[in-house]
Design a protein around this ligand. Structure first.
Ligand code: SAM
Length: 290
């Protein structure tokens, strides 16, 4: 079942497929902080078919206008909940914060994702398709480790955040070589994209679909709920895995919460566990040594 795309909702509310009893559709709109950004914000609102609420300086006081804003400021594009006690902005961030720190001090090929992809087993530069790009954090780590990464994301709002993050990062000279190894395709469903491919599309395909949480603990993080409402629960992960298995040259790797069941379909060849997450590895052919 496809995720509930925001584009399909010309009005300002989102419906979603979650069964969580206390959730209601969120009203989403576009706003901007500075008149310099007005044209870009209008363009964004039009392309996402969302209402434009105009210039705002205090997004937390905009609760009467929308539950969530796609807020364009001089710091970039952010997803921002409104109202008292709302959590901070969510951006695709590659320069500062966690991603920046991890790039400078990260664990190289010893990291979970690098082990899953098999970077320690080959000296060849691998091509990788991240078919569930999200906010691009995993793709950024893999590009930082030398992979040439193509990113596919189907939720238009998440795609817009990711594109903005990549554009901001590309302005940082020292990140340019890394960013040159990352290509974001226009918003697309990876299942359709892969099913249309006639041969292998990449050496490795990386999947990190949303895991359909049903327990209350999944509601703890408000940001998580916003993200989940935007993208749905990715209940079509089995179809995505099947399509990926047909289109990867060497392996498919699937990120899951550590205790989650495997995605329905072919059994993985091995699992690599971290503290909170796990990678299920579907090895199709041995990676070339060099
Ligand atoms: C858990 S997030 C991925 C987070 C990402 N790994 C990161 O590091 O930021 C899952 C994302 O996959 C996207 N997604 C799920 N199934 C997809 C599909 N079939 N095609 C394209 N995108 C998909 C969702 O819209 C969501 O943004």
């Amino acid at each position: 079942m496809p995720a509930p795309f925001i584009q399909a909702h010309p009005a300002s509310t989102l419906t979603h497929h979650t069964t969580m009893p206390d959730s209601k559709p969120l009203a989403l709109a576009v706003a901007y902080s500075d008149s310099l950004l007005q044209a870009r914000a209008s363009q964004l609102a039009a392309s996402l078919e969302l209402p434009l609420v105009g210039q705002l300086t205090d997004v937390r006081q905009a609760a009467s206008l929308a539950d969530v804003l796609l807020y364009l400021s001089l710091d970039g594009l952010a997803l921002q909940m409104t109202g008292k006690g709302a959590p901070g902005p969510v951006r695709a961030e590659f320069v500062h914060g966690k991603a920046g720190y991890r790039r400078e001090h990260g664990g190289g090929t010893g990291q979970l994702v690098a082990k899953a992809v098999g970077l320690q087993k080959t000296r060849r530069q691998l091509t990788l398709l991240d078919a569930t790009a999200g906010l691009g954090q995993d793709a950024f780590v893999l590009a930082g480790l030398g992979c040439v990464v193509t990113l596919v994301e189907r939720a238009p709002v998440i795609h817009a955040l990711l594109q903005d993050g990549l554009q901001r990062a590309a302005l940082v000279t020292e990140l340019a070589p890394l960013l040159n190894r990352m290509t974001l395709l226009p918003p697309a469903d990876a299942i359709a994209y892969l099913n249309a491919a006639e041969g292998p599309v990449a050496d490795v395909i990386h999947l990190d679909p949303m895991f359909p949480h049903r327990d209350k603990s999944a509601l703890v993080k408000k940001e998580m709920r916003v993200f989940r409402d935007l993208v749905g629960e990715d209940l079509d992960a089995p179809a995505l895995l099947a399509a990926a298995l047909r289109c990867a040259r060497f392996r498919v790797v699937v990120k899951r919460p550590r205790k989650a069941p495997v995605v329905e379909g072919m059994a993985p060849t091995m699992a690599i566990e971290g503290k909170s997450s796990r990678y299920d590895v579907y090895a199709l052919h041995a990676l070339p040594a060099g």
